[in-house]
Design a protein around this ligand. Structure first.
Ligand code: SF4
Length: 299
């Protein structure tokens, strides 16, 4: 079977998952399994045509800008799964009841939309009673939903709780300097925390709070699918990598999280208290930028 480009593979994965979720919401609990002979006779995945395929004519009501739900094409359209109109005809399967597909092509959910869907769930989350009753607001995450690099921190502090954005206080200012020293901008990366709610008095998150919030940060990372994650501090690296090892033991080398390269370094708030550790963090960032293929001045 020809190998699919990773981006196309990810999009197919998301589409199938969305389709299954919508079937589940519609009450479908079982999908009949295709006989092996049907799968074996299925046509191979068509290679992209060398010539552009003329789009199938749309009814006047579906032409761009004239129908509800029809949006202007985005760069992501170029990598979308072909619609049913572009697929080769599949052999008829009489023994197995076919799943009825919608007449309209299923629009792929962009990372921005998918993230917003999770964000709206987080806003109403009360899994951690203490945090939910003391927070000003939830702090979801910010940045580029197509980022190659995500920074994962611990939890919102007082400034973040007030403004609803991660890393906006003194530690956030230092993180901005680190990002700029890497010749990047804050808008190039995505920044999120393990916890979406501020622990009272900025105490360390409890294990059950981390467990409660795990599904949210894992879904954020699943949607963004960055190539690299930089864990800031012990709470972040221990939650992501499911380890009890310290930052000192984990930093300075790459780890793996579901195929994503993970660098561990000190939390900016810790660097403010222990400035002598800034040199170590800079070494970690240089290693990360080298792996990302981003040249740094003077290297
Ligand atoms: S910290 Fe996470 S799991 Fe806990 S209440 Fe806030 S959003 Fe929900």
């Amino acid at each position: 079977m020809p190998e699919l480009p990773q981006d196309l593979g990810n999009r197919i994965h998301i589409t199938i998952r969305q389709r299954l979720e919508s079937l589940r919401r519609a009450g479908v609990r079982q999908i009949p399994k295709l006989p092996v002979s049907t799968i074996a006779n299925a046509p191979a995945i068509a290679k992209p045509p060398s010539e552009p395929v003329a789009p199938s004519p749309l009814p006047a009501s579906r032409k761009a800008g004239s129908a509800v739900g029809v949006t202007a094409p985005t760069p992501a359209d170029a990598t979308r799964v072909p619609t049913t109109a572009a697929r080769p005809a599949a052999p008829a399967v009489s023994a197995v009841p076919a799943i009825e597909m919608p007449a309209e092509p299923v629009a792929l959910e962009s990372p921005l939309v998918a993230l917003d869907r999770v964000r709206r769930e987080v806003v109403h989350c009360t899994l951690c009673h203490e945090l939910a009753t003391t927070r000003t607001q939830t702090v979801f995450g910010t940045g580029n939903p197509h980022a190659r690099l995500c920074f994962l921190g611990e939890a919102p502090g007082a400034d973040e709780d007030r403004q609803g954005e991660p890393f906006v206080g003194a530690a956030g200012q230092l993180l901005n300097k680190i990002i700029e020293a890497c010749t990047l901008k804050r808008e190039d990366v995505y920044i999120l925390n393990v916890l979406k709610c501020r622990p009272p008095q900025n105490r360390t998150p409890l294990p059950e709070e981390t467990a409660n919030c795990r599904a949210y940060f894992e879904r954020q990372l699943e949607i963004i699918r960055p190539e690299f994650i930089c864990c800031l501090g012990a709470v972040a690296c221990q939650a992501l990598l499911r380890t009890t090892q310290s930052v000192g033991r984990l930093r300075g080398r790459f780890h793996d999280y579901r195929g994503i390269r993970v660098m561990v370094t000190y939390h900016p708030a810790y660097l403010l208290r222990s400035p002598e550790k800034k040199r170590d963090t800079w070494e970690d960032m240089k290693m990360l930028m080298h792996e990302m293929g981003i040249p740094l001045p003077g290297r």
